[in-house]
Design a protein around this ligand. Structure first.
Ligand code: SF4
Length: 310
């Protein structure tokens, strides 16, 4: 099966074009929340790869209002895609980790901005109390909502190594609570975590596929200056993946995913100034092209070996 757009997997861009009949861009925001793995509630110091900005390196400046952040980023995107519409994306840190009135005020401040067609909220599965879940259920009736849950790995030993401070069981609890409320959920995983071999990464994708998530983001482990993982890398406790090794793993993972799961990412955006390894990842289009080439070479497609059947 070849997905339209000349990809052999179900891309987010294509999904959004089908759904909204136009180009839709996510606008990364920083609402100034923190994280229970940084403030001592679950742990200190955060996940070992976390820069302290909680994946929000490309989000706006938390000192600016959300409206201003939205305006700044969306106007840049409009120069490239004059007719595009937007999904404000609460990206930095844990975006359900605040009292409900604070969360509501933040989300609702961007819902009615020009050309907004939905909202995306990134969080941890252990930060979804019932009042927040009930509110998200309502929000999902009003707009196109996706909740993004960081899992990273199903392997408990790796989760301990990276100081993730939640178990796979806890992740499943949060994920199932969202499923029960029919809230579209995007699961994030990371390839190349310390101590993991290819078989472990494939086992993570098999388990994630069996959950039949709405969408997935597959990231590469970035080793960036100022993180604990950078110290481990410098002490040679960990190796960064090579480009073709990564491409091979991603293609195997795409083959194992259910065909209907939307693939939001097959690589990420490391921060150029602070990235130590893998430096090949800075050439994102090369990575994407190599993945496309390998899928074509294999004459393969997303879901080819998925265990999930209708
Ligand atoms: S859960 Fe996210 S924000 Fe929190 S420490 Fe880990 S990477 Fe950083």
């Amino acid at each position: 099966m070849i997905y339209p757009g000349n990809k052999r997997y179900f891309t987010w861009d294509y999904y959004l074009k089908q759904k909204f009949s136009c180009k839709v861009c996510k606008v990364a925001l920083n609402a100034g929340f923190t994280c229970p793995n940084l403030d001592g509630t679950k742990g200190w110091g955060g996940c070992s790869y976390c820069s302290g900005e909680g994946s929000g390196e490309y989000a706006g400046n938390p000192l600016d209002t959300l409206e201003k952040q939205f305006d700044q980023v969306s106007s840049v995107m409009r120069r490239k895609w004059p007719k595009c519409r937007f999904i404000p994306y609460f990206q930095a840190h844990t975006n359900t980790y605040a009292p409900l009135p604070v969360l509501k005020a933040a989300y609702e401040s961007v819902l009615h901005l020009p050309n907004v067609v939905g909202i995306a909220i990134a969080t941890r599965a252990d930060c979804l109390p019932d009042d927040v879940l009930d509110y998200l259920e309502q929000l999902n009736q009003q707009t196109f909502l996706t909740v993004e849950l960081g899992l990273q790995t199903i392997h408990e030993e790796t989760a301990r190594r990276i100081n993730r401070c939640h178990s796979y069981e806890e992740f499943l609890g949060g994920y199932r609570a969202l499923q029960k409320r029919s809230i579209p959920t995007c699961i994030h995983i990371i390839n190349g975590l310390p101590g993991e071999d290819k078989a472990m990464m494939l086992e993570t994708i098999r388990q994630v596929g069996s959950l039949r998530p709405h969408s997935i983001k597959i990231h590469l482990l970035y080793i960036t200056e100022g993180t604990r993982i950078a110290q481990q890398y410098k002490q040679q406790e960990l190796k960064a993946l090579e480009l073709m090794e990564y491409v091979d793993i991603i293609c195997d993972q795409l083959e194992l995913l259910p065909p209907e799961t939307v693939v939001q990412r097959v690589t990420g955006d490391g921060v150029r100034e602070r990235l130590i390894a893998p430096l090949w990842s800075l050439k994102k289009f090369v990575v994407m092209n190599e993945i496309d080439k390998e899928m074509r070479r294999r004459d393969s497609w997303q879901g080819k070996y998925s265990a999930v059947t209708e």
